[in-house]
Ligand binder design. Structure first.
Ligand code: NDP
Length: 327
């Protein structure tokens, strides 16, 4: 028997989430069975745990879009019992049971061996949010990051916190946009040199082009904020568009693309091929300062998850929540 957070849907379509005991034969099919050690709370997890079930494709369901742990059994030659592994993406926690359990069974193709230098707890302190921040930084680097500050929106959230710490560790000046002024000291401790208040930037575009300010941007917010930032980018600079915490619409004009050559780079962490995932995890192990990562982390247990799922949807989670599934 092992413990898992199980989301169920009743005949009226109402969902509920509770910690239950399951058996190994209830796990979905897959090549590799993992003894999960840690998972995390991401925005998508909030949607999957919350009322209505968000992105969940089948019930009952075990959410948790990422996990790290130790291989317990494997039908795939690439993994053997005792190997440390990490998983993000591939609709795990949405269409396939995920990491909010002490055991998971998944396709070997979805896993990545834990890179040297990271333990399973650190890997989940990074988690999907931090992995996506790394993909964003790599996408910006491919296009060339300009001199001058790199803007991170939704800075106090999961993607934002890791992006701030990574960019600062790589030697960039970093500006963080936050709607929570009380997080300013936290963001400065991660490496942000400048804090921008959300209300100063999150408004409908008045002029399609403003001063050339940002040498790059990691945007976790979308909506009106992304539209405004487009007109503030330096000539030829790039924005890695990650999320929509502030809305899915984009009330922008094409002018920043035409007259400033701004690049809008879409970032998708879910369907990344194995080589890209491996490269990103190796960069995380090499470039992300572990003392900064420690500052972002809040510990949690499986029974904390229903409340945390609601908190993250309301933008109330600071940094990264690491779930110890065995606590
Ligand atoms: P968090 O909730 O941890 O962070 C989001 C942050 O956005 C909040 O902390 C808050 O930052 C800010 N924010 C929230 N609501 C608003 C609003 N209405 N207007 C302006 N700012 C707002 O979530 P994550 O960091 O985990 O994820 C951020 C986004 O990225 C989500 O949309 C998520 O779905 C997406 N995502 C996409 C991935 C991909 O593969 N493309 C992978 C992972 C996440 P502050 O308090 O500092 O203002």
């Amino acid at each position: 028997m092992f413990k898992a957070l199980v989301v169920k849907k009743n005949d009226e379509g109402k969902t509920s989430a509770a910690v239950e005991e399951l058996t190994l034969d209830q796990l979905p099919e897959g090549d590799v069975t993992v003894a999960v050690e840690y998972s995390t709370v991401n925005y998508k997890d909030g949607l999957c745990i919350g009322p209505g079930g968000g992105l969940v494709r089948n019930y009952p369901h075990v959410p948790g879009i990422d996990f790290a742990g130790t291989v317990e059994a494997s039908d795939d030659a690439r993994y053997k019992p005792g190997d440390k592994v990490v998983l993000t993406g591939w609709r795990v926690g949405e269409a396939h049971w995920g990491g909010y359990a002490q055991k998971a069974r998944v396709k070997a193709d979805w896993l990545v061996p834990l890179p040297g230098g990271l333990d399973t707890r650190q890997a989940m302190a990074v988690g999907t949010a931090g992995f996506t921040a790394m993909l964003s930084v790599m996408a910006l680097e491919d296009q060339g990051i300009k001199d001058g500050p790199v803007l991170v929106t939704g800075a106090a959230g999961g993607v934002g916190s890791v992006a701030v710490a990574l960019l600062a560790a790589l030697g960039h000046q970093v500006a963080g946009v936050t709607g929570r002024p009380e997080t300013a000291d936290y963001l400065k401790s991660l490496g942000a040199g400048r804090i921008v208040a959300r209300e100063d930037i999150n408004e409908t575009v008045k002029r399609p082009l403003e001063g050339e300010t940002w040498g790059g941007c990691v945007d976790a917010v979308g909506g009106a904020m992304l539209a405004r930032v487009l007109g503030q980018m330096q000539y030829g600079a790039s924005i890695a568009a990650v999320g929509l915490a502030g809305g899915a619409g984009l009330p922008a004009t094409v002018i920043p693309f035409l007259l400033r050559g701004v690049n809008l780079l879409g970032i998708d962490s879910v369907m990344q091929p194995y080589e890209n995932r491996l490269r990103a995890w190796e960069r995380i192990a090499k470039d992300l300062p572990m003392d900064k990562l420690d500052q972002m982390v809040h510990p949690a247990t499986l029974s904390d998850l229903p409340q945390l799922g609601s908190d993250i949807l309301q933008g109330q989670v600071k940094g990264r929540v690491v779930v110890d599934v065995n606590a």
